[in-house]
Design a protein around this ligand. Structure first.
Ligand code: NAD
Ligand code: DAU
Length: 348
């Protein structure tokens, strides 16, 4: 048996990773450590919550003592660290929350792993799940590779860059076995409706405006979340010690073109006349420090580990829209209460 700690497993990507590991590896004990912030939702894991090889641990990675306690009790062989504050717009309003969870929380986990693995590092691995935003912004051409210099522009990406540096530093200084991956924008089921795609799906359902920042010509590289979970599985098992892997969708879209495609799909699914949802588009004030373009060169993970996205964007977007339309109760539960306050603060 292997004891694997997955942090942030009640969130969007984390829940897909937990499900994949629980179902694929019955011989692993999967421990999901999550503070259940606004972004964490155990409903995301209803289907596997009773699995014999799964246990949920409610806890905050910023709390050093409880991180140590958990390591002491469960003697993890591996850590897959996803817990984070993850939304750029929130980081602009409250950078300190990002410093606490993304930097201090990561260092607490590193310290615990360093301490508990100090006498026997054999078979141990600390996997830090990070973002392509650490590389900053691209112009119209070029791709982020694993050797692109770090150049973060938002408090979120600065905090993730800092946590990446700490992971690397623990590898160099204490010989901690680690691997890092930096991934592009994910989308799919269970995505919290503060991010572009789920926010706009929810707004179309509710007949609310679609707030496109600036001129809408910003570009992102989109990846279906289950393909990211598959990549994480590969990197965890086959990734080389002390290496970084970029993960991306080979799938660049300007925001406005993506929104138009989403509007067409939503019109079709909702049985509305063509062009109805597009009428909701409203250009609004830009995000400060808005990165123009992200695009990943994912050739290393493709060549070394044989990973490639399995889902086209059209397929993934349709599956995502179907999931949201079939899970309107999930959507209405996560958008009640505190979400309304958030929405008014951000978009009024
Ligand atoms: P998310 O916001 O949906 O989920 C984050 C989870 O972490 C939530 O369950 C939350 O409760 C938990 N959490 C937050 N603070 C915590 C704390 N102090 N202690 C314990 N748990 C805490 O995030 P996501 O979009 O699923 O992203 C997961 C990871 O992947 C993050 O590290 C993020 O930087 C990275 N990432 C995300 C994307 C993306 O497109 N969403 C792309 C690349 C990398
Ligand atoms: O690149 C990976 C990153 O992708 C992850 O590390 C982050 O956790 C994740 O949130 C995401 O960051 P982005 O800032 O790119 O995602 P977001 O969905 O917030 O925005 C996508 C694009 O859409 C971006 O150019 C901003 C724009 N946008 C976003 C919102 C929420 C709008 O035009 N209007 C909006 O209301």
């Amino acid at each position: 048996m292997m004891n694997i700690l997955i942090t942030g497993g009640a969130g969007f990507i984390g829940s897909h990773v937990v499900r994949r590991f629980v179902n694929t590896y019955p011989s692993y004990n999967i421990y999901n450590l999550d503070a259940l912030t606004y972004a964490g939702n155990l409903e995301n894991l209803k289907d596997i919550e009773k699995a014999a090889n799964y246990k949920f641990l409610k806890g905050d990675i910023v709390d050093e003592a409880s991180v140590c306690e958990i390591f002491k009790e469960y003697r993890f062989d591996g850590v897959i660290h996803l817990a984070a504050e993850s939304h750029v717009d929130r980081s602009i309003k409250d950078p300190l929350a990002f410093v606490k969870t993304n930097i201090i929380g990561t260092v607490n986990l590193l310290n615990a792993a360093k301490e508990f693995w100090k006498d026997d590092k054999d078979g141990k691995k600390f996997y830090h799940v990070s973002t392509d935003e650490v590389y900053g912004s691209l112009g119209q051409t070029g791709l982020f590779t694993e050797t692109t210099p770090y150049d973060p522009n938002s408090p979120y990406s600065a905090s993730k860059a800092s946590s990446d540096h700490f992971v690397r530093a623990y590898g160099e200084t204490y010989n901690l076995p680690y691997v890092i991956s930096n991934c592009s924008n994910n989308y799919g089921p269970n995505h919290f409706p503060e991010k572009l795609i789920p926010l706009f799906i929810n707004n179309i359902i509710e007949g609310k405006s679609l707030p496109v920042y600036g001129d809408g010509k910003y570009t992102r590289d989109w990846l279906f979340v289950e393909d990211h979970a598959a990549a994480i599985d590969l990197v965890f098992h086959k990734g080389k010690n002390h290496e970084t892997y970029n993960i991306g969708g080979f799938n660049e879209w300007q925001n406005i073109e993506l929104v138009q495609l989403l509007c067409q799909i939503m019109d079709g699914k909702l049985g509305k006349p063509a062009g109805s949802s597009e009428k909701l588009i409203e250009y609004v004030k830009d995000r400060p420090g808005h990165d123009l373009r992200y695009a990943i060169d994912a050739n290393k993970i493709n060549k070394e580990l044989g990973w490639y996205p399995s889902v086209t964007f059209e397929q993934g977007l349709e599956r995502t829209v179907d999931w949201f339309l079939q899970n309107k109760e999930w959507l209405s539960r996560v958008t009640s209460g505190a979400y309304q306050e958030y929405y008014n603060k951000m978009y009024s």
